[in-house]
Design a protein around this ligand. Structure first.
Ligand code: GMT
Length: 395
């Protein structure tokens, strides 16, 4: 198949999933065309069957704001037409699903492109609910040829928040290459940051408010009362300086290390004793899965789809949003019980391999594409009615 993939190329879970999906499809012999405004950060190096089409932004003085949605739609039309795409798979509804709808309409007389929209998280639970976006997101979901969500939680939220009645949403959980994300020998991180045998807590994210990064500092502060430990923070974003300020205010700045955006995550994650994900909202929690695959138990909040990934009391623990004392208790429990820690670490790895391995979940996407291509060309539809929204802000 010729498959177009549209995603955000920046540091974030939806771009990671889209890129890994594209790479896995290319390995199966499909031609994969990425359409983005910059090279996706996990698409480094050469890959057979992978092509890249950059969205060019027109620079015209009248346009005070960038017209990305339109520029993207235009690039989509170009790639659909000249690369003869069968499927256009967009990740994160805003604005990608809207651009895809527009592209489909522009080209429909010459080419029947099938649009797949994968919903990832805040496109549904947060920003998609803004009055300025809600009608667009609902419309784009209803007009996609197929819609998938990365968790059962996200499917339910989509159906209720957007009052979607006549649209199937397939749940295809996020996946991981468990041969790459594998418990590995130390990368030197432990000697560098925990030379006295301190335990290592780790967090990886894009440091947006929804991640509640400062809660990792609060958790460390409690843990330090009984266990010598260090907190390693990977990634960057708007909440970094607040986390740094809090660690200094609490007098634990020397125990918190910020390593910024990093490649080579499997080796880095393998150095952790416990992974922390205290998010306000998380449709899935890909970072938790990456840690689990490296044999690291996760302590997280029970928000959104996280309990579909972490089994409380088996592969990690979940607590209420903001309950840093409880999360710290769980961390101490794991750090002071080596047998339990080993059991949880092994169960985490096993769950990643048995439930979320790429090879297990990739066929779901391929089957979905094949089903769409086998379906007859739909007759032009009346636009759907934009009424009856249920507003349910989760954050
Ligand atoms: O929805 C977002 O905030 C963006 C997205 C991203 O690009 O980081 O994250 C979401 O998609 C990931 C991949 O499917 C999920 O693992 C994350 O849980 C989800 N983030 C949220 O729901 C906050």
């Amino acid at each position: 198949m010729n498959i177009g993939i549209v995603c955000y190329p920046t540091y974030g879970g939806s771009g990671v999933v889209a890129t890994e999906l594209g790479k896995a499809l290319a390995m199966e012999g499909h031609q994969v065309h990425f359409i983005t405004y910059a090279m996706p950060f996990r698409l480094d190096g050469f890959h057979n069957n992978v092509f890249y089409h950059e969205v060019e932004m027109p620079n015209y003085p009248l346009f005070e704001f960038q017209l990305y949605t339109l520029a993207l739609a235009s690039k989509m039309v170009d790639v659909i037409r000249y690369e003869k795409l069968d499927i256009l798979h967009v990740h994160y509804a805003i604005p990608h699903a809207t651009s895809a709808y527009l592209a489909k309409k522009i080209i429909e007389k010459e080419h029947d492109i099938k649009i797949v929209t994968t919903l990832h998280g805040t496109d549904i639970t947060l920003i998609g609910l803004e009055p300025s976006f809600l009608p667009l997101v609902k419309f784009a979901i209803e007009e996609s040829d197929a819609v998938t969500s990365v968790s059962r939680f996200l499917r339910e939220k989509t159906l209720t928040n957007f009052n979607i009645k006549n649209k199937e949403i397939d749940v295809i959980p996020n996946f991981i290459d468990t041969d790459l994300y594998v418990p590995s020998s130390e990368c030197g991180l432990r000697e560098q940051y925990a030379p006295q045998g301190e335990k290592i807590l780790m967090h990886v994210s894009n440091f947006r408010p929804v991640k509640r990064v400062s809660d990792t500092v609060r958790i460390l502060n409690e843990v330090l009362k009984s266990v010598p430990a260090k907190l390693i923070l990977i990634g960057d974003g708007p909440e970094r300086s607040e986390a740094e300020r809090l660690s200094r205010e609490l007098g634990i700045g020397e125990h918190v290390r910020f390593l910024g955006k990093q490649n080579g995550l499997p080796q880095i994650l393998s150095a952790a004793d416990v992974f922390l994900l205290p998010s306000q909202s998380e449709s899935f929690g890909l970072a938790a899965l990456e840690a689990m695959s490296c044999g690291v138990p996760v302590v997280a909040t029970s928000s959104g789809g996280i309990p579909e990934v972490i089994i409380h009391g088996e592969t990690g623990y979940v607590a209420e949003i903001g309950d840093t004392d409880r999360m710290a208790k769980y961390v101490v429990d794991l750090l002071t019980n080596p047998k339990k820690h080993k059991r949880f670490a092994e169960a985490s790895r096993q769950r990643a391999v048995e439930e979320f391995e790429t090879k297990l979940l990739l066929p779901n996407y391929i089957a979905l594409y094949e089903r769409l291509l086998a379906s007859p060309k739909a007759a032009p539809k009346e636009p759907s009615k934009q009424n009856g929204y249920v507003l349910d802000f989760v954050v």
